[in-house]
Design a protein around this ligand. Structure first.
Ligand SMILES: [Zn+2]
Length: 94
């Protein structure tokens, strides 16, 4: 498949490095960008309750991957691609 995205980790010069995460795509409205959300729950003994944390990370979505809202994706840290993006989608898990 032809890939014209110069920020593609598979076909062009983006080197994924650093941390890798798995999350759910919650927005694909922006061009070539998806918002990936991650949930985590940690038990707090002092309060006997779960502390829920949620983080949203904007990630670059290369043409040849094309993740959509609802997809579970792997993202990897890379060089800063724009003011807010420093992650790239590397794989659609589901
Ligand atoms: Zn590509």
């Amino acid at each position: 498949m032809e890939c014209n995205d110069e920020r593609c980790p598979v076909h062009h010069g983006i080197m994924p490095r650093g941390i890798q995460l798995t999350g759910v795509v919650v927005s694909d409205k922006a061009k070539k960008t998806v918002i990936v959300e991650m949930d985590s729950a940690r038990y707090m003994y002092k309060y006997e309750r779960y502390l829920r944390k949620r983080s949203r990370i904007p990630a670059h979505n290369p043409e040849c991957i094309g993740a959509k809202t609802g997809n579970i994706v792997n993202i990897s840290e890379t060089r800063r691609l724009s003011k807010t993006k420093a992650f790239v989608v590397t794989k659609i898990v589901k």
